[in-house]
Design a binder for this molecule. Structure first.
Ligand SMILES: Nc1ncnc2c1ncn2[C@@H]1O[C@H](COP(=O)(O)OP(=O)(O)OP(=O)(O)O)[C@@H](O)[C@H]1O
Ligand SMILES: [Mg+2]
Length: 255
């Protein structure tokens, strides 16, 4: 799904160019769930921006779902991004004046999906993340975890080949973080390819592989033999009957 060879990124900021990534080789197979770890400044977000076609690589090659991305213009990159990538950011970048469902509809507006189809798919995506009862709420009327789930729903609606998440649990308490991981794990069981950046090893252990970065280089590729199941943590942490207080009832995430 993702095949990166000798990837390099140099930022030219003033007189001092910054080598943010060097010689990165990384292959992610369809249906894999990979986490990216490393100290601050090690190049994780740079990698995500390149994988997400938000920025242009300085060197190397990048094959995304069979398409060579290196050498593409900004316009071509924007097109690929729209079709292939679903993004979830740490700072939930939802539009504050729009309801959850309108926020989720946005990428489909850009993709030219007809209104009725848009509304149907947005509702379906919000149901998938357990927010059927919160569709008309604005971001200010939702909890941090719920807002992040709206972001995930928005990342899903165009059926991306790859979901990229840069510290999606970074601003959340442990419990909400587990709920987010439960959703990612469920999506992954359904076949989604996911790459997720995190500072927390506990979060990374919910994925099946951890790639470690240091000083812009991939220094370790660590398989996770038995990934943690977020559903177990959620149900274990909360007395029966209260589990639905934070998540809407019904569906996979209703307990
Ligand atoms: N737009 C930019 N212009 C110049 N330098 C940049 C730019 N973006 C990032 N850098 C530099 O590139 C390096 C890698 O940054 P990056 O944001 O990828 O790190 P990170 O691993 O995501 O860190 P964090 O964990 O703090 O989010 C850093 O040294 C940073 O200062
Ligand atoms: Mg970062």
């Amino acid at each position: 799904m993702i095949k990166v060879k000798n990837l390099g990124k140099i930022y030219k900021a003033g007189a001092h160019p910054v080598v943010a990534l060097a010689d990165v080789d990384l292959t992610v197979k369809p249906g894999e769930f990979v986490s990216v770890m490393g100290p601050s400044g090690s190049g994780k977000s740079t990698l995500m921006n390149l994988l997400g076609c938000l920025d242009i690589l300085t060197s190397g090659s990048y094959l995304l779902d069979g398409m060579e991305v290196s050498g593409m213009s900004e316009t071509e990159l924007a097109q690929v991004r729209k079709l292939k990538i679903g993004f979830v950011f740490q700072a939930f970048n939802l539009l504050p004046r729009m309801s959850a469902i309108r926020n989720v509809e946005l990428p489909m507006i850009y993709a030219g999906v007809a209104p009725r189809e848009r509304a149907r798919r947005a509702a379906e995506a919000l149901e998938k993340v357990g927010l059927a009862q919160r569709m008309s709420h604005r971001p200010g009327e939702l909890s941090g975890g719920q807002i992040q789930r709206v972001s995930i729903a928005r990342a899903l609606v165009n059926n991306p080949a790859v979901i990229l998440a840069d510290e999606p649990t970074g601003n959340l308490d442990t419990r909400s973080g587990e709920e987010i991981m439960a959703i990612f794990q469920e999506l992954n069981r359904g076949g989604a390819t996911i790459v997720l950046v995190t500072h927390e090893r506990e979060i990374a252990l919910h994925t099946s592989r951890i790639v470690h970065f240091r000083d812009g280089r991939l220094v370790e590729d660590e398989p996770v033999a038995a990934p943690l199941d977020a559903r177990e943590h959620i149900s274990a942490a909360v007395p029966v009957g209260q589990a639905g207080s934070n998540i809407e009832s019904g569906g996979e995430f209703g307990r």
